[in-house]
Design a protein. Structure first.
Length: 157
């Protein structure tokens, strides 16, 4: 019987950390693609069913309520583009929870809007994420607006 390598455990733990951090960052990117393409099915693979969110000044309970806010805001637009960066993932001590933080820059366009067709929102997402049987999912999201530019009527129905 082979003797276990005493150096293997730390290497395996480091490997798991790197893989988990990459999966959480990927989750954040998948959120952006889901909302910019208004893909409800893909959106369902980003949040837990019982997720909560504070999106600016509005609280939302459950994935359907969160999707309703996204859909109501983005579906009237000609297009939107959500970009994220400066991502930080802090894994919890149990290895099955994490805190994800990133900055976002969101461009919203609705052609023909009086006062201008573009509205930019920039801020941060702070997510509590959890490992599920289907992979990492957002359990709670806080969207904090840091600044805006352009015509806010673009995102008003």
């Amino acid at each position: 019987m082979a003797t276990p390598d005493p150096d293997a455990a730390p290497l395996l733990a480091e490997y798991r950390r790197v893989v988990d951090e990459a999966a959480v960052r990927d989750l954040a990117a998948r959120y952006c693609w889901a909302i910019d393409t208004l893909d409800r099915e893909a959106f369902g693979r980003v949040f837990t069913p019982d997720a909560t969110a504070l999106l600016g000044n509005s609280n939302h309970d459950g994935i359907d309520d969160i999707w309703s806010k996204v859909d109501t805001t983005l579906s009237p637009l000609t297009c939107s583009q959500h970009l994220i960066g400066s991502q930080v993932v802090d894994l919890g001590p149990d290895g099955d929870t994490a805190r994800h933080r990133c900055q976002f820059h969101a461009q919203h366009v609705r052609e023909g809007t009086e006062g201008g067709s573009q509205f930019v929102v920039a801020g941060t997402y702070t997510d509590d994420v959890v490992r599920t049987a289907d992979g990492w999912r957002i359990r709670h999201r806080v969207l904090t607006v840091l600044w805006t530019s352009g015509n806010p009527r673009v995102t008003r129905p």
